[in-house]
Design a protein around this ligand. Structure first.
Ligand code: AP5
Ligand code: ZN
Length: 213
């Protein structure tokens, strides 16, 4: 399957992706994770993306489309993938359609994570991540076994630079202005499954499983 996960910052895209991956054996392509790795490594894309990411604005379409185009060439993505955080603008969605069309394939499902903006501050402010894997934890909702430490590698957890209330506001503005139209774009093609994301993680997981049956 070829899946798109779309929803506002903190809705649970990164939390659900590994579960979908385990169930369906797909590759997980998270543009946010890939961009953070590029910023950390100081690559040309990372240098170009850094300021926008730290202010909560979107990175330019050409950078993210280039990253995705490279990533889906990987053999591990041949039978399907989960796009987490991409496409986020209508031009990105059109470029994706074109890219897939050339291979004779298409997007199967768009999972639309719906959740009120008000609950996202708490989710974002309590988040801790393991940078290398993109795994996320929450001090209240899904704490690691040992505070500040990744369960699997034992490495230290960190905070994302954009995880503060002020930057969240800009990220939400970008979502409503630029990404909401992407959902409408796929709705008109009949590919959207609504996921009620303001529920415990296990419940969200079940909704996704039944949408993908
Ligand atoms: P990105 O990394 O994609 O960030 P985002 O979209 O803002 O989404 P998040 O990662 O914040 O949220 P999530 O839905 O993954 O939440 P999570 O599962 O971790 O993008 C970052 C930046 O990169 C962008 O601002 C932009 O600058 C740039 N960028 C990326 N892609 C781009 C693109 N295509 N075009 C242009 N620019 C791009 O959950 C959050 C917290 O809540 C966690 O602590 C988690 O444990 C907890 N939680 C999860 N589910 C539940 C639940 N059901 N109940 C309670 N708590 C929960
Ligand atoms: Zn994420």
């Amino acid at each position: 399957k070829r899946l798109i996960l779309v929803g506002p910052p903190g809705c649970g895209k990164g939390t659900q992706s590994p579960k979908i991956k385990a169930e369906h054996c797909l590759c997980h392509l998270a543009t946010g994770d890939m961009l953070r790795a590029a910023v950390k490594a100081g690559t040309p894309n990372g240098v170009r993306a850094k300021t926008a990411m730290e202010s909560g604005a979107l990175v330019s379409d050409d950078i993210v489309v280039g990253i995705i185009e490279e990533a889906i060439k990987d053999v591990s993505c041949r039978n399907g993938f989960i796009l987490d955080g991409f496409p986020r603008t209508v031009p990105q969605a059109k470029m994706l359609d074109e890219m897939l069309g050339k291979k004779g394939v298409a997007v199967d499902n768009v999972l639309d994570f719906q959740i009120p903006d008000e609950v996202l501050v708490e989710r974002i402010e309590g988040r801790w991540i393991h940078a290398a894997s993109g795994r996320s934890y929450h001090t209240k909702f899904s704490p690691p076994k040992i505070a500040g430490v990744d369960d699997i590698t034992g490495e230290p957890l960190m905070k994302r630079k954009d995880d503060n209330a002020a930057t969240l506001k800009s990220r939400l503005d970008a979502f409503h202005a630029q990404t909401q139209p992407v959902i409408d774009y796929y709705k008109s093609r009949g590919k959207v499954n609504v996921i009620h994301a303001n529920k415990p993680s296990k419940n969200v997981e079940e909704q996704i499983a039944s949408a993908l049956k």
